[in-house]
Ligand binder design. Sequence first.
Ligand code: ZN
Length: 105
Amino acid sequence: MDIFCKIASGEVGKDFIYEDEELMVFEDIHPEKPVHLLIVPKKHVVDFIDVEDHSLFQKIMKVAQKMVKEKGLVGKGYRLKVNGGGHQLVDHLHFHLIGPMEKAK
Ligand SMILES: [Zn+2]
């Protein structure tokens, strides 16, 4: 079982920034910027391309917007990214929210 499934099941303790029935948000253990959150579905999905229920994306984006606001990133520069196809460090779908970022040139 991957680490995110263990966190979702409560087998591994984690401080959540946000949690609901389907999603959990916590800090990346290797932050690239002062804010570096992982938005993770509790249900096991390996890869971005495997998601068939697109309402999951809608929920993830809604929580991402909420986190941008709550973490003070509005107008500060931020990045929302997903790695896939084997580039992800943990084989369980997760979106990164990272900021503040410099203005793109
Ligand atoms: Zn998993």
